[in-house]
Design a protein around this ligand. Structure first.
Ligand SMILES: [Zn+2]
Length: 276
């Protein structure tokens, strides 16, 4: 009965009945199961669990309804790569509870984060209508759920939908805005301020206050050496802003963290502003 993902109420009701005692014409569960299997249970699960409040990827409900049969629900694990630099991007990802970091990698192996995306937008949109490989690599920073759609499939839908085209262009502008703000942030703001802003962005997108983040990883996000992260984390812990233990970081005072963040927190795309 657990297979009837599209109607758990139906499954529960029929679980109370001994189906084998019914005449064949009343054994509709077999008919439904066969139908659902033809459609694909995975896609039905995705449709059922789509959030009703603001949709995903900032998609207005009318557009979400249009593309939802084409989306596949996926679980993304921490540190998983969605694509690497110079890869062909095959899917666009709409994070639901997952948070994705995009990195620029230098020839000597150092990295710096250039964008962070949660359920307010999508990852990989620059690849639509483009044959160029990925400019950045995209890695799961906070594990969670997402929806994905094949680039070719979305491109086909865009051909027929002007509102969907406008949404895509808006998302590209939001993405460019974030890249621009990151340039300002990485050039002009103190590393401690940048770290506080980044933690707040993770918090807003995942609704979590505890993250699996090593100091090595944080150094790669901020583009600094690990000892700088060690000093900064220690200072923030002494001010009771964060705490940490063996690869886990906890936000202990969000208001203090907000006060210590840079102005970019107000400028960067916020999940809260999309939800309003
Ligand atoms: Zn900043």
């Amino acid at each position: 009965m657990q297979g009837y993902k599209a109607d758990s109420g139906f499954a529960q009701r029929t679980a109370e009945i001994d189906i084998s005692t019914l005449a064949p014409e009343f054994r509709i569960n077999d008919v439904i199961r066969t139908t659902y299997e033809k459609v694909g249970l995975e896609s039905l699960e995705a449709v059922r669990s789509l959030p009703a409040r603001i949709g995903i990827g900032g998609l207005p409900p009318v557009l979400l309804n249009k593309v939802r049969p084409l989306l596949k629900y996926v679980q993304l694990t921490k540190d998983e790569y969605l694509f690497q630099q110079d890869d062909k991007v095959e899917f666009i990802y709409f994070p639901e509870t997952a948070v994705i970091s995009e990195f620029q990698m230098l020839a000597d192996g150092r990295t710096i984060e250039v964008a962070v995306t949660g359920s307010e937008s999508a990852v990989g949109i620059a690849a639509v209508w483009s044959t160029l490989p990925a400019v950045n690599c995209a890695q799961v920073c906070v594990g969670g759920t997402a929806y994905k759609i094949e680039i070719d499939v979305l491109e086909r839908e865009l051909t027929y939908s002007r509102p969907l085209q406008r949404w895509l262009h808006d998302q590209l502008n939001v993405y460019i805005k974030q890249l621009s703000q990151k340039v300002i942030c990485n050039t002009h703001h103190a590393v401690e301020e940048r770290f506080c802003t980044w933690l707040l962005m993770l918090h807003d997108r995942s609704l979590k206050s505890k993250f699996s983040l090593t100091q090595e990883y944080i150094a790669g996000v901020l583009g600094v050496y690990r000892p700088s992260v060690t000093c900064m984390a220690k200072a923030l812990r002494e001010k009771n802003v964060i705490d940490y233990v063996r690869g886990q970081i906890f936000i202990t005072d969000k208001h203090k963290l907000r006060k210590m963040s840079c102005a970019c927190y107000s400028e960067l795309p916020s999940l809260i502003s999309y939800a309003r």
